[in-house]
Design a protein around this ligand. Structure first.
Ligand SMILES: O=c1ccn([C@@H]2O[C@H](COP(=O)(O)O)[C@@H](O)[C@H]2O)c(=O)[nH]1
Ligand SMILES: [Zn+2]
Ligand SMILES: [Zn+2]
Length: 254
């Protein structure tokens, strides 16, 4: 499984863009979240929109869904396609009613399904996205009262999206399921809606060694060398995740 972060920044980052990713497995390309900067980033790396097989969203914040209007319009009117959208069941209605409807509604297109082939996924039921690629959505705490999910791919790669510190969950996934973890990380304490670096540094070293930090602020350079056994994931670098390890992908071909 390969992953390339379109952005690794937090909601307000200007340098590192929004924390969205392309996940590739067996020729299938999944866009994980589609924030405000996603389409700019896709343009910069030369990734055509019709080369994306599906989009999956974690929760309804603009740095995770703010690019969906442009994506929907361009797929419909430029590419004449209705792309696949995987959406947690409980978010489908609010995604349309509270976020997308204002821009996308028009006489002949009055619902989410008019733009997307909507595939609803449920907690506790792993969804098969493609041959060799499953995802389980796990509801995690982020903003009090707001529905938000972390994503477990192939029972081996845990992508927190946005979540507060949950040491028991992360420790269980690393120690008992052999997962590697891409974890959002806030530098400033208190975290309140994200895990902070200070909190993540309280995890045992064997757990830290499987954690890669994302969703960080623009002053990330100040924290180089201050993240214990955890490493930063870099924007626009393709990584291969295999056998509990994360390595930059080796260049292919002669
Ligand atoms: O209760 C809250 C709600 C929001 N914030 C700030 O807004 C961003 C929301 O974007 P995320 O994608 O969830 O990061 C959050 O990071 C906070 O900076 C807040 O502080 N408290
Ligand atoms: Zn976010
Ligand atoms: Zn959020």
């Amino acid at each position: 499984m390969d992953i390339l972060m379109l952005g690794t920044g937090n909601a307000f980052a200007k340098k590192y863009y929004n924390n969205n990713a392309l996940l590739c497995q067996n020729g299938f390309t999944l866009l994980i979240d589609c924030g405000i900067t996603a389409l700019l980033s896709l343009h910069q790396i030369g990734q055509p929109l019709d080369g994306i097989d599906a989009v999956l969203i974690s929760h309804i914040h603009a740095d995770h869904i703010g690019g969906l209007e442009e994506y929907a319009f361009r797929m419909k009117f430029q590419y004449r396609k209705r792309p696949v959208l995987y959406v947690p069941d409980k978010l489908a209605e609010p995604l349309w009613e509270h976020s997308l409807r204002g821009g996308l509604w028009q006489e002949q297109s009055q619902k989410l399904e008019d733009y997307f082939e909507v595939r609803r996924i449920r907690e506790g039921i792993p969804a098969v996205l493609h041959d060799g690629l499953t995802v389980e959505i796990i509801r995690t705490e982020h903003i009090p009262g707001k529905i938000s999910y972390s994503l477990l791919f192939n029972n081996s790669f845990f992508y927190t999206a946005d979540m507060r510190f949950h040491p028991e969950l992360v420790t269980d996934l690393v120690r008992n399921r052999g997962c590697v973890v891409f974890h959002d990380c806030q530098f400033v304490t208190p975290g309140e809606v994200h895990a902070t670096l200070e909190e993540l540094l309280t995890l045992p070293e064997d757990v830290q060694s499987k954690i890669y930090l994302m969703h960080y602020a623009d002053d990330k350079d100040r924290y180089e060398g201050r993240t214990g056994r955890m490493k930063f994931i870099e924007q626009h670098v393709r990584y291969t995740i295999s056998d509990g390890k994360v390595e930059p992908t080796a260049p292919s071909g002669p």
